[in-house]
Design a protein around this ligand. Structure first.
Ligand SMILES: [Zn+2]
Length: 610
């Protein structure tokens, strides 16, 4: 890829060619960047290429700089390049490119972004030829990124041929299967895996045109959970949590003749699946029916369907770039990493509402202070409520009813948080049990949000983890493996990006005093502890925040800060260890954090301007 750039100040206005080569024939050179900001006019129409190029630099730190700018010396430095478009409606792209002094030969490669689309379903997917409209539409929209489209569909098949853990509705018998459930899914993945090879796609979108058979077999009752299970299965296989889905809703061809209740129901479910999940969309096919309102679409109908699928897929991808979990493009018009204005967030831990009025009063008081201080967001590091430690008891009466009430109390109080302050809840042992099961994690998700997630804010990356699963995944090994794989992938993805800071939140401390201390109720067991320490260090995590200990504590592991925050609400506030929250100030080059008892919180957080 060669991008001509003209009019670069500092290069005497001569035309230059900046060249990015794929890793295979990349020649490593040492280079330096000018210390003063560089202004360049970019050829009209080349913005997207430049944008892509910048992304490549950010991802790879590989660049062969025009020789005129090379001084022969290599400096570890951070350079801000200002790109100005020559038209009046200028888009100013700012990017901070942190370049290491020595670039190891094994550093990340200058690969293109890759977007994977998986198309599957029954006959109306068989009839769709992606080459006619789907692939051209996404390719055009994503240019110059790489697009991979994989399709595998078989007519007349029920969803159980994709979803391995399919269960019939209660009391319903289906014909004995000749093949294990999920065989068509395996066939599909047999095409997906070689298509992506060793690459990790930047986005994955699953396009689904299916449900006719399940409607005809009167199996609509389990359709929603089967679809969700199938997506979870795909996410687990791909080691990610950000798969987009586009569902083609069954057309109304039956409605025109004799409406089948289950047909209507599947249609409703398909719409609801999309409405309930920000990563799922649906498309209308009612106007695509074949002659005589037939089940199969017309030739033009299939072309139109491909276009509709592509449009929704692109909308999801565009949305995902804004959402925290996605692999968002770091080059935006907002301030680059490291140069945003100082800001702050708040960490609280263990409000541990137990049903007593005093806890709720304390927590309400805390939330009111938070509203007054106006942080960008709040993270609560677990033990939101005082539920039971054993996960098997938590999903049964009477604990289930008790915990539900506690969750309601917690959510009622946090609902008074001002709209502009985002709340991130971390799971503690009292929220999911010390040995979480799929059911307790699901309850947590329902009551408090994602058990683990990442989000970007003002050029920094934040990760929350579910530490009970990391400590003891015995009751749900799949889920534990999924979380660990997600963490690894998230840290690997984040490596090449110019985040100002990377911070992490979890309930259990990795250790209290020493990395070699014995396994205990307080910490993460040794083997897992070592794995996580290595991962965090390798991923460049700067600070980790914990709860669980009901104390304020601080240790440093190498240059990683590990900070434990005491109770925010449970019981009366002890004099020697009073209730309060931690304010974390974020500057371009550092963070500064301090715990405050509620009564000692400042009137206003005074950020230091440098
Ligand atoms: Zn705890």
């Amino acid at each position: 890829m060669r991008i001509p750039i003209i009019g670069a100040r500092g290069t005497q206005g001569k035309a230059h060619v900046i060249e990015i080569r794929p890793a295979k024939n990349l020649r490593l050179r040492r280079f330096s960047l000018p210390k003063t900001p560089l202004e360049m006019s970019i050829y009209k129409g080349r913005e997207s290429a430049i944008r892509h190029w910048l992304l490549n630099i950010v991802h790879s730190a590989f660049i062969i700089w025009p020789s005129a700018l090379t001084t022969g010396k290599t400096h570890p430095m951070e350079t801000t390049m200002t790109w100005r478009h020559s038209r009046p409606a200028a888009i100013t792209l700012l990017v901070a490119v942190a370049l290491a002094c020595l670039i190891p030969a094994t550093a990340a490669t200058a690969e293109q972004k890759v977007h994977l689309f998986i198309l599957s379903g029954q006959s109306n997917m068989v009839g769709l030829n992606p080459d006619l409209s789907f692939t051209p539409t996404v390719t055009k929209a994503l240019s110059p990124d790489k697009v991979i489209v994989v399709k595998d569909a078989v007519g007349g098949q029920p969803i159980r041929r994709w979803y391995k853990k399919w269960q019939p509705p209660k009391g319903v018998q289906v014909a004995a299967a000749t093949k294990p459930y999920g065989d068509l899914y395996d066939r599909l993945m047999g095409k997906v895996k070689p298509a992506i090879a060793e690459r990790r796609p930047d986005t994955v979108t699953f396009v689904w045109m299916q449900g006719e058979r399940d409607a005809k077999e009167s199996l609509s009752e389990v359709y929603a959970e089967s679809f969700k299970g199938m997506i979870a299965q795909l996410q687990a296989d791909l080691g990610r949590t950000d798969v987009n889905a586009v569902i083609g809703r069954l057309s109304d061809n039956y409605n025109a003749k004799k409406p089948l209740p289950h047909w209507t129901r599947v249609r409703e479910i398909q719409v609801k699946l999309a409405e309930d999940d920000p990563r799922t969309e649906w498309v209308d096919t009612d106007d695509l029916n074949g002659p005589g309102n037939g089940l199969h679409y017309t030739r033009e109908g299939y072309v139109e369907l491909g276009k509709r699928f592509a449009d929704k897929a692109m909308a999801l991808i565009a949305n995902g770039a804004k959402s925290p979990a996605a692999d968002a493009a770091p080059v935006t018009t907002q301030a680059p990493a490291g140069t945003s204005k100082p800001w702050f967030f708040i960490v609280a831990a263990d409000p541990q509402l137990s049903g007593k009025e005093i806890d709720e009063q304390n927590w309400t008081n805390g939330i009111k202070h938070i509203n007054r201080l106006r942080p960008d967001f709040v993270v609560v590091c677990g033990d939101l409520t005082f539920g039971g430690n054993k996960s098997e008891d938590r999903v049964k009466s009477p604990m289930l009813e008790r915990d539900t009430k506690l969750a309601e109390a917690y959510n009622k109080i946090t609902a008074i948080l001002d709209k502009g302050i985002t709340l991130y809840n971390v799971a503690g042992n009292h929220d999911v049990g010390q040995n979480p099961s799929a059911a307790t994690v699901e309850l947590f998700t329902k009551n408090f949000g994602k058990p683990w997630q990442s989000f970007e804010h003002k050029g920094s990356l934040f990760i929350t983890l579910e530490s009970n699963l990391l400590r003891d995944g015995s009751a749900s090994p799949d889920l534990a493996a999924q979380e660990f794989a997600w963490l690894k992938a998230t840290l690997a993805d984040a490596k090449g990006k110019p985040y100002a800071h990377k911070m992490l939140f979890m309930h259990h401390p990795l250790y209290v005093k020493s990395p070699d201390e014995k396994d205990a109720y307080e910490n993460i067991p040794t083997t897992r502890r070592k794995e996580l320490l290595a991962l965090f260090h390798d991923g460049g995590i700067e600070a980790v925040f914990f709860g669980h200990r009901h104390k304020n504590e601080y240790v440093k592991d190498g240059n990683m800060e590990m900070i434990t925050t005491t109770v925010a609400a449970l019981g009366a506030s002890p004099k020697n260890n009073p209730h309060g929250v931690r304010i974390v100030e974020v500057y371009g080059d550092r963070i500064e954090q301090k715990f405050y008892a509620y009564e000692t919180l400042p009137e206003k957080v005074m950020l230091k301007d440098k």
